[in-house]
Design a protein around this ligand. Structure first.
Ligand code: NAD
Length: 414
C-alpha cells in the first residue's frame, strides 16, 4: 500500500517538478512508533499485540489520523495512510498535519474487555507522542466512538482533563454533532459536485456501494435521501441488490440487528466481490484498499467513482480508468469529511463550546465543495486527473507552510 501512495506522490511531484532531495524530505515521516502491548486476556493468559503510530508531517499543525484495529495493520500500512492524511488535511484546509496508526489484532475474535485493555495499553505506551497539540487520533476501521472515549479517559489520567486528545468521541463525552455521519456526508457532497460536472441528476442515477460500515451506510442513506437509487450493497459477508433501489433505512436496521447486509429480505443475494463490477452509474468503494485492481478494472461499469475508503484503487487500475474517462473523486478528497468534522470537534473541545448540528453540516458542506472546486481547478489548469490534482494541491499547501517556517536556499515552485 505504501508503494501505491508513493506512485501517486511521485506523479504529483513530477507535475510540480520537485527535486529528488525535496521529494525525500517531504515523503519521510517525522516519527514512527512501534509498541508491544501485553495484556491478560479474559482467561488470564498473556497476549501480545503490536501497535503502530506513524507521524508523517506537522508543517500545517498537530498531526491527525485514525486508529485501525485489523489483522493486516503494520508499519507499512500506517505509513501509507499517514502520508495520505497529510495531503487530505491540506486539501480540505484544516490546520492539521498527517498521522495514522493502529493495532495488529482481530477485533472479531476479542471481547470488549480485551479491546478496552489493549486500547488503554496503547495510550499508556504512546502518551508521550500524542496530545491535543501534537497528534490527535480518531476512529477508523473497527474502532468507534466507544474506543475514542476510552482513549480520552486513559490519556486524561496522565495529562489531566484532555477532551481534545482524540476526536470521534461519544456525544455525551465531548463528541461533536454530525461526526458519526461526517465521512458519508462528505462523500454525498462531492458526488453532488461530480454529478454537476457530468450533467447528471440524482434522480437518474444508480449506485453500488462496497462496505456498509460507518462510511458506506451513512453515504447510502444520504445519497438515497437525494433521490438516487442504491441498487447494490456488499459487506465482507455478502451482497444484496434490488433493481428498484434498496430501502436503506430498513437495511440499516437489519444490519444493526444482524451485523451484515447478508440475508436482507427485501433484495437478492450476490457474491460480495461482484459489487465492484455492478451495472451502475456511480460506484462508492467504502471498505478496504485494493478493491479495484488490474483483475476487475475492465469489468467496472460505473463512470463516476467516489472513493469513500482509503486506497481502494490500485495504481494500474487507476490508469485504466483515467484513460477510459471515468471520473474518480479520490480518497484524499472524497473521504475528507471525517477529518473536517474531527477538526470542528477539536475546536469545540478547545473552546468548550458546542455547535448545533445545522452548523456542523453547513460548514462541512462548504469545506467539501471548496475542496472539490480547488482540486478540479488544479486538474483543469494542469490537464491532469483529479487524483494527481489532489496530491498536487496537498503537496503545494504543505510545501508552502513548510518553507514559510524556515530559510530555504532552494528555489521551489510550490
Ligand atoms: P467500518 O469498520 O465501519 O466498515 C467497514 C465495512 O467494510 C464493513 O461493512 C465491512 O464488512 C466491509 N468490508 C470489509 N472487507 C470487505 C470486503 N472484502 N468486501 C466487502 N466489504 C468489506 O469502517 P469505516 O469506518 O466505514 O471505514 C471504511 C473505509 O473508509 C476505510 O478505508 C477507512 O480508512 C475509510 N475512512 C473512514 C473514515 C471514518 O470516518 N470512519 C474516514 C475516512 C476514511
Amino acid at each position: 500500500m505504501l508503494e501505491d501512495s508513493h506512485y501517486y506522490f511521485q506523479k504529483a511531484a513530477d507535475v510540480l517538478k520537485l527535486s529528488e532531495r525535496l521529494r525525500e524530505i517531504i515523503w519521510t515521516p517525522i516519527r514512527t512508533v512501534k509498541v508491544d502491548l501485553v495484556i491478560d486476556d479474559d482467561e488470564g493468559r498473556l497476549q501480545h499485540y503490536l501497535g503502530f503510530r506513524v507521524q508523517h508531517n506537522n508543517a500545517r499543525g498537530p498531526m491527525k489520523g485514525g486508529l485501525r484495529y485489523h489483522p493486516s495493520m503494520d508499519e507499512d500500512h500506517a505509513a501509507a495512510l499517514a502520508n495520505l492524511m497529510t495531503w487530505k488535511t491540506a486539501i480540505v484546509d484544516v490546520p492539521f498535519g498527517g498521522a495514522k496508526g493502529g493495532i495488529n489484532c482481530d477485533p472479531q475474535t476479542m471481547s470488549e474487555s480485551e479491546l478496552n485493555k489493549v486500547t488503554r495499553r496503547f495510550v499508556e505506551r504512546t502518551k508521550e507522542v500524542i496530545g491535543p497539540t501534537v497528534d490527535i487520533p480518531a476512529p477508523d476501521v473497527n474502532t468507534n466512538a466507544k474506543v475514542m472515549g476510552w482513549i480520552m479517559d486513559e490519556y486524561s489520567k496522565y495529562a489531566g482533563f484532555s477532551p481534545a486528545v482524540v476526536t470521534g468521541k461519544p456525544l455525551e463525552l465531548f463528541g461533536s454533532e454530525g461526526r458519526d455521519e461526517a465521512t458519508g456526508r462528505g462523500v454525498m457532497v462531492v458526488l453532488d459536485e461530480a454529478l454537476k460536472d457530468r450533467n447528471k441528476n440524482w434522480q437518474d442515477i444508480r449506485i453500488a456501494i462496497q462496505g456498509f460500515g460507518n462510511v458506506g451506510a451513512n453515504a447510502a442513506r444520504l445519497v438515497a435521501e437525494q433521490g438516487a437509487k442504491v441498487v447494490a450493497v456488499a459487506d465482507h459477508h455478502g451482497g444484496v441488490s434490488n433493481d428498484d433501489g434498496l430501502d436503506i433505512g430498513a437495511l440499516i436496521l437489519w444490519v444493526a440487528k444482524h451485523r451484515t447486509v447478508k440475508g436482507f429480505p427485501d433484495g437478492t443475494a450476490f457474491n460480495s466481490s461482484d459489487v465492484i463490477t455492478w451495472d451502475v452509474d456511480v460506484l462508492i468503494p467504502a471498505a478496504l484498499e485494493n478493491a479495484i485492481t488490474e483483475e476487475n478494472v475492465n469489468e467496472v461499469k460505473a463512470d463516476i467513482i467516489v472513493e469513500g475508503a482509503n486506497g481502494p484503487t490500485a495504481p494500474a487500475a487507476h490508469e485504466v480508468l483515467v484513460k477510459r474517462g471515468v471520473l474518480i473523486v479520490p480518497d484524499i478528497l472524497a473521504n475528507a469529511g471525517g477529518v473536517t468534522v474531527s477538526y470542528f470537534e477539536w475546536a469545540q473541545n478547545i473552546q468548550q463550546f458546542r455547535w448545533q448540528k445545522d452548523r456542523v453540516d453547513e460548514e462541512l458542506t462548504r469545506k467539501m465543495r471548496e475542496a472539490y472546486a480547488a482540486v478540479r481547478d488544479v486538474a483543469k489548469e494542469k490537464n491532469i486527473d483529479m487524483r494527481i490534482a489532489a496530491f498536487v494541491l496537498g503537496i503545494q499547501r504543505v510545501g508552502k507552510a513548510a518553507t514559510s517556517r524556515v530559510y530555504v536556499a532552494e528555489k521551489i515552485n510550490f
